[in-house]
Design a protein around this ligand. Structure first.
Ligand SMILES: *Cc1c(COP(=O)(O)O)cnc(C)c1O
Length: 376
């Protein structure tokens, strides 16, 4: 068989009480003991994810990307600790800092990841961990990830990267100095918009801690979903390369349009963050944003509504293209929006998740939607 079977099981039957008494060794994978600890289907997915993550000793699965973020932070942090979180983090991460973590006596401080001296100055004795994400959620800034991770290590804090955008094929987080890397498998690994899952990978010591905490929290994913994620993983590389090429073509086309003030696509030469992306990343994906020039929210929404090949919806990384109106100003504490000192009128944007359609068809669709935006 090429693929592992889907093992649906809660209970493992033992031959006799002596075998039962041998029990599982604590906190150890690879021996089927009870369904909550996973079964061979989930282990096969963990193993595959660990294999493509240089420097990882193991991978823990979570029922969603948000559950992965919570699982990791609740492993690393204790009451009284301070977490530094990048200001352009995925909004549910921000909400977690201000809600869940606060309730457990953990303080979250937001920082601008493009301002290294200010970031360095934020560390104090209580700073236990840093949560980074690049490119930034919605706004797509690329920060100097290796430098930010190095500073965290020098200051005695653990660094965590939400690496959902690039994944291990596009950015080898542990090799570049991060202690823990996590992903929403819901996005690229699933790849077909029919699966919710998350993962976190780390070296030996932290992997053991993550795994133990996940067990304490009762975290488990279904074997059916694990089989779907494994199937997605088989084609991850080709899908990412196709999406990246299409996104670049569309981003290039958009950058020549008068209606567009800025294209926020790190893969595009000349776009914000391109130089750091080129230096540190080994791949991209189909997700990027752009900001309109002097177009108000209503006009921007007319554009999105006029798109025919793009769905309107959350999430990304699937085979089908999606468009989402964005206004990152509502999701930040210390970073400026519009980006790069742009004119205040140029702040209404759209995030595109480019799928596997023909990029020329997508460009034609964007062109007709721009026409309809201007006509009304
Ligand atoms: C979608 C997303 C998540 C959360 O994943 P879910 O599976 O939807 O919970 C986390 N981080 C980033 C950057 C995301 O885009």
């Amino acid at each position: 068989m090429v693929n592992p079977p889907v093992w649906r099981a809660s209970t493992h039957l033992y031959e006799n009480t002596a075998r039962l008494a041998e029990g599982p060794r604590r906190n150890e994978d690879g021996r089927f003991f009870y369904g909550r600890r996973g079964a061979p289907t989930q282990w096969a997915l963990c193993e595959a994810l660990t294999q493509i993550e240089p420097g990882a000793a193991g991978t823990v699965l979570y029922p969603s990307g948000v559950a992965a973020i919570a699982g990791v932070l609740l492993t690393l942090l204790r009451p009284g600790d301070v977490l530094l979180m990048t200001d352009n983090a995925y909004d549910p991460s921000r909400t977690m800092g201000k809600g869940l973590l606060k309730d457990f006596g953990i303080e979250t401080r937001f920082f601008d990841p493009l301002d290294l001296p200010a970031y360095e100055a934020l560390f104090c004795e209580k700073t236990r961990a840093v949560l980074l994400e690049a490119p930034g959620s919605l706004s797509m800034e690329v920060c100097d990830l290796p430098a930010l991770a190095r500073i965290a290590r020098e200051k005695g804090a653990l660094s965590v990267l939400d690496n959902t955008w690039a994944g291990p094929l596009g950015f080898a987080a542990l090799e570049k100095g991060f202690d823990v890397t996590l992903m929403a498998l819901t996005k690229h690994v699933g790849g077909h918009s029919d699966l919710m899952m998350g993962s976190a990978s780390a070296g030996e010591e932290l992997y053991a801690r993550l795994r133990q905490r996940a067990q304490q929290l009762g975290t488990v994913v279904s074997p059916d979903d694990a089989a779907l994620a494994l199937r997605g993983l088989r084609t991850l590389d080709v899908r990412l390369r196709q999406e990246t090429a299409s996104a670049l073509k569309i981003a290039q086309w958009l950058s020549g349009r008068a209606e567009v003030a800025q294209v926020l696509c790190p893969m595009l030469p000349g776009a914000p963050g391109h130089e750091l992306w080129k230096r540190d990343f080994t791949g991209g994906c189909g997700l990027f944003s752009f900001v309109f020039r002097d177009v108000h929210a209503a006009g921007r929404n007319r554009f999105v509504d006029a798109l025919e090949l793009f769905g309107i919806g959350y999430s990304w990384g699937g085979f089908e293209s999606l468009a989402l109106p964005i206004e990152p100003a509502n999701y930040r504490s210390c970073m400026a929006w519009p980006p790069g000192g742009g004119a205040p009128a140029d702040r209404f944007g759209v995030r595109l998740s480019i799928g596997l359609e023909d990029p020329d068809d997508l460009i034609a669709d964007i062109e007709q939607a721009l026409g309809r935006m201007a006509a009304s």
